[in-house]
Design a binder for this molecule. Structure first.
Ligand SMILES: C[S@@+](CC[C@H](N)C(=O)[O-])C[C@H]1O[C@@H](n2cnc3c(N)ncnc32)[C@H](O)[C@@H]1O
Length: 579
């Protein structure tokens, strides 16, 4: 077992076979329980669209379950996206977990990104935080240096000896849908093994006649249509430019069928502090706005070209619903952006939803000899320590693997020296990989939320043309300045000396200072006090028992949770237990 659940009362698994939707009535139960609905695999975008009425029936069945129940669905991302809207009407959505699948789980599609994940949706009948056991995933050790694959730097004292907290990307297992669901059931039995639950009911729908893959399903009518606007097709090649303006207004003035790759890293409506933009619209208003510019992106996109939208999985499900009514689904890329999950089922990934206009053309990055190496990701299992990289390249150790739709090796910009004054910049490597995959040299890329210019800068570096639209004058000017630096031969992504004022998370930034005692020493002192008292110490306890002045704890740490971080866990060693 690659996981360990603290104090788990492992659930008993009770399988129920449902061969027709009409039999769903047998699932109804009065006591709280955990359910896993397992849908047939191999279904397509069209199967998912034509099953909407069946999903509504599934939702009805779920509405009769005890309100303390936990209800999971294991299926393809296409089904999961459309199920989510039906089931959310009756249950509270909690998590979208990306579960790694075996290489042959999906049919191979020449010239398209290989698929390697399924979706596990988790809902509850109650509205609070999801109840589950504290579950950890066992550390893995790099074959290059023998140390843990995640680099904990000087913070090993703050991590647990067994493994990392579970996140919403399960890459430590590989699900083969042809072999049943035991591998997933096994984890759920421990994850949800807490009072008052006793059973995991496995509702096996994989032979349910109404849900079997149809192969011949017909496209459904939907709200998304290619719009006609005055400018028609554009005879001339568009030139690269940055535009200060509203995306919708600007898009409306652009010619149809003129862009090879549209990219949108939109505001997530999470109350981020953007300059000149209110990031907290009513959700209906937010999606109406999204639908408007998505329809314009479809219009300006060339036939066969790709539209990629980056968002949280739950919002991506709604984009999927809209886009699939008028475009062809290409890929659901799981971008695992968080390297160290620190709390229970930590949301660690974004979805990059890719659709094509009409039939998808073969991906340039997979069909031509590519000029860049961004399409050979670091192989899972290897660490990112610079010394180990060097050793691997000197010893010619093969640490690069094949690209799939699960991206685990592109890390967010964590270090302030790599960031400029924008609250949520993307890492340049993410754009390099997307452009290498979806575009060829000279292609036109459109980013309608250009921000600090990450995508347009990368496009320029890679010999692509670009149009970047940004509504905030400040960010637009910032992007322009960085493009000038690039034209003058400087690297706009090189580390800088200034600490940016914009923050990408809510945690208070501590002033830079020289510490007479290390933060680690302070945290270990708190751990000593915890062991003496037999409980987590309060500020008064620390003031009374610490070897250090209480003022240090106030000045060094953003909050009390950080002060007690080492006391709450065992501490770990970087080295493999075999060493
Ligand atoms: C998530 S950020 C994009 C960050 C960008 N990918 C980067 O790496 O710098 C979204 C951006 O969209 C901009 N924005 C919000 N509403 C807009 C609109 N209606 N038209 C154009 N830009 C908009 C915001 O100012 C913000 O800079």
């Amino acid at each position: 077992m690659a996981h360990w659940s603290e104090k788990s009362l492992r659930l008993r698994c009770v399988p129920i076979n449902v061969t027709s939707i009409a039999e769903l009535g047998i699932v109804t139960r009065a006591e709280p329980a955990t359910y896993l609905f397992w849908l047939p695999f191999g279904r397509t975008q069209l199967d998912a669209q034509s099953s909407k009425a069946k999903f509504a029936t599934l939702a009805e069945a779920c509405s009769t379950l005890n309100e303390r129940s936990t209800v999971c669905f294991l299926t393809t991302p296409e089904d999961a996206a459309l199920l989510l809207s039906s089931i959310s009407n009756v249950l509270k959505f909690q998590h979208w977990v990306a579960v790694k699948t075996t290489p042959d789980a999906y049919d191979k599609n020449e010239g398209q990104l290989p698929r390697r994940h399924a979706a596990l949706l988790v809902f509850t009948g109650y509205s609070g935080v999801l109840g589950h056991t504290k579950t950890r995933i066992k550390y893995t050790y790099c074959p290059g240096c023998g140390r843990t694959t995640k680099d904990y730097g000087g913070k090993a004292h703050m991590y647990h000896e067994y493994g990392t907290s579970i996140s919403d990307v399960w890459r430590d297992l590989e699900w083969d849908p042809t072999l049943g669901v035991n591998i997933v059931v096994d984890r759920l039995r421990d994850l949800f093994g807490l009072e008052p639950y006793r059973e995991l009911t496995l509702v096996d729908l994989h032979e349910c006649v109404e849900l079997l893959p149809a192969r011949t399903a017909l496209p459904c009518e939907g709200p998304l249509r290619v719009r006609k606007r005055g400018m028609g097709n554009h005879p001339k090649r568009l030139r690269s430019k940055l535009i200060h303006g509203d995306c919708l207004e600007t898009l409306r003035s652009m010619p149809s069928n003129s862009i090879d790759f549209c990219f949108a890293d939109l505001p997530y409506n999470l109350k981020k502090k953007y300059c000149g933009w209110k990031d907290d619209l009513e959700i209906v208003e937010y999606f109406q706005w999204c639908d408007e510019w998505l329809a314009e992106l479809l219009r300006v996109l060339k036939p066969g070209g790709t539209l990629a939208v980056l968002n949280m999985p739950v919002w991506s499900a709604r984009h999927f619903e809209y886009l699939s009514s008028g475009m062809t689904f290409r890929s659901w890329i799981v971008w695992e952006a968080l390297s160290i999950p620190v709390r229970n089922i930590m949301p660690a990934h974004y979805a990059i939803l890719c659709f094509s206009k009409g039939a998808p053309s073969p991906l340039p990055g997979l069909t031509n000899v590519n000029e860049e190496s961004y399409l050979t990701p670091q192989r899972e299992g290897f660490c990112i320590r610079p010394g180990c990289y060097l050793k691997r390249s000197l010893l010619n150790i093969q640490d690069r693997g094949e690209i799939t739709d699960v991206w685990h090796d592109v890390h967010r910009l964590k270090h302030n020296t790599r960031r400029v004054n924008h609250p949520c910049q993307l890492p340049p490597l993410l754009m390099r990989r997307l452009f290498s995959l979806f575009t060829a040299y000279g292609d036109m890329i459109l980013d309608c939320f250009d921000g600090a210019g990450t995508s347009t800068l990368v496009a320029a570096q890679m010999g692509r043309r670009y149009i970047g639209i940004e509504r905030s004058k400040r960010y637009h000017n910032l992007a322009r300045k960085r493009h000038s630096q690039l034209r003058e031969g400087h690297d706009p992504f090189a580390p800088g000396n200034e600490i940016p004022k914009s923050k990408n998370n809510q945690v208070r930034r501590m002033p830079s200072q020289k510490y007479p005692v290390t933060k680690k020493d302070l945290q270990l002192d708190v751990k000593r006090i915890y062991q003496e008292l037999g409980r987590l110490p309060t500020r008064d306890d620390v003031a009374r028992h610490s070897h250090h002045p209480i003022s240090y704890f106030k000045e060094y740490f953003a909050n009390w949770g950080e002060v007690c971080a080492a006391a709450r866990t065992t501490g770990m060693s970087d080295a493999s237990p075999l060493d």
